[in-house]
Ligand binder design. Structure first.
Ligand code: ATP
Ligand code: MG
Ligand code: MG
Length: 378
């Protein structure tokens, strides 16, 4: 069978390799961590992401190359295009690696983002804060994740400190108006090299400490909002000429509608629910897209809530799932918790270790199961 080379070997690469292995593809991941989650499923080249010799080796061993996180060096991806088949190209990476480029591309596709301004000095920041009003969110243009590299400015007195703290990161800064959202949503769309596009059902996402805690599907918003969110994601996938998955994070306010927050050109945490709850998982869909296969049906098979498993949750969760009485009771209420652990060797508090997809007759029953475990104290 054909071999898929993956830049990055984390849990997203692992789940991609699990889905793709079932389809008969071989995988080789490039990742600096000796025990990378994806390396336990396929082969691994242990090297830094920007190691060009290792990247050439990856190209030599692969029929098609993809990536599983967006901070892969876009220049390395561009170089690989002349050495192998990189259906996603490097431009989408380049665009989504930088919040200002990304926002401009979203707007060019005809979709709205929160009002924003490029910030080059403390004076510019002061002026933009005056324009947008408080609160505002100052973000580094590159490198941020899980809320790192951002500062919610709630008081004018914080301006100088926020600028100095984030300004030392050595990247451009962007100020965003704070959107008083009622819900955070996401839509993951896939586009094939031929331009076929399919979107997965909209997820309602709840974050704790800036890390995704729950994805609730179907999202509890009006049907019109679901349709509009899906339309926006498809417009973005088309407008940016994406190939493979593109995840679109959105803010929704009942009074003011939808704004795009940010994009990720890869499998997304908020799409893990698709593994059991959809006819095609996001990982299978990504493999299909980059391997030029027809896209799979994205229909939802069952209501589901995905709950994230951090290091501190692992032991109580395993205890809970091992309890036969509780398992029988869950089954009686038609609740099926599906465990996915990422094979990380060290259990560390706050570290993403896995997730549980809680399938149920309705999302309230899934949420009740999660709450009754007493594992997630939120
Ligand atoms: P990720 O881990 O999703 O990549 P990130 O570090 O790139 O996160 P964002 O998604 O930009 O950060 O922001 C993190 C969270 O902060 C959002 O999910 C949202 O809850 C909140 N947030 C960010 N920007 C805004 C905004 N303009 N208005 C209101 N809330 C915001
Ligand atoms: Mg992000
Ligand atoms: Mg985000």
């Amino acid at each position: 069978g054909a071999t898929i080379g993956v830049l990055g070997g984390g849990q997203l690469g692992r789940m991609m390799a699990l889905a793709g292995s079932a389809m008969g593809y071989r995988f080789v991941a490039l990742d600096p961590a000796e025990d990378a989650p994806a390396g336990q499923v396929g082969d691994q080249i242990v090297a830094d992401y920007d190691d060009r010799t290792a990247a050439r080796e990856l190209a030599r061993r692969s029929d098609v190359i993809t990536y599983e996180f967006e901070n892969v060096d876009a220049d390395v991806a561009a170089m690989l295009m002349s050495e192998s088949y990189v259906p996603q190209g490097s431009e989408l990476l380049y665009t989504t690696q930088h919040r200002l480029r990304e926002k401009r591309a979203i707007e060019a596709a005809g979709v709205r983002v929160a009002p924003y301004a490029e910030i080059r000095s403390a004076d510019e920041l002061r002026e933009a804060v005056r324009r947008f009003g408080l609160p505002c969110v100052l973000k580094t243009a590159t490198g941020g994740y899980d809320g790192k590299g951002q500062w919610v400015i709630r008081d004018e007195a914080e301006i100088a400190r926020a600028y100095e703290t984030l300004g030392t990161a050595g990247t451009e800064l962007v100020l965003e108006q704070f959107i008083k959202f009622d819900k955070e949503l996401s839509v993951i769309a896939a586009r094939s090299p031929q331009g076929e596009i399919k979107a997965f059902p909209v997820a309602e996402n709840i974050h704790v400490d800036n890390i995704l805690h729950l994805s609730i599907v179907p999202a509890r918003v009006p049907t019109d909002t679901l349709k509009e969110a899906e339309r926006l994601a498809i417009r973005i996938a088309e407008g940016l000429g994406a190939v493979g998955l593109i995840a679109v994070e959105l803010f929704w306010s009942a009074s003011d509608g939808l704004y795009v927050n940010e994009l990720a050109p890869r499998p997304h945490n908020s799409g893990h629910y698709t593994m059991e709850a959809c006819r095609t998982s996001q990982f299978e869909q990504h493999v299909r897209a980059v391997c030029n296969l027809p896209l799979g049906d994205t229909a939802l098979l069952t209501p589901v809530v995905m709950v994230n498993v951090l290091g501190e949750h692992v032991a109580p969760l395993i205890d809970h799932l091992a309890d036969r009485d509780r398992a029988a009771q869950a089954e009686q209420f038609n609740v099926a918790p599906k465990l996915h652990l990422y094979g990380k060797s060290e259990i560390i508090n706050k570290r993403k270790m896995g997730h549980v997809n809680v399938l149920a007759s309705d999302t309230e029953a899934a949420l009740a199961w999660i709450s009754e475990t007493n594992i997630w104290r939120v």
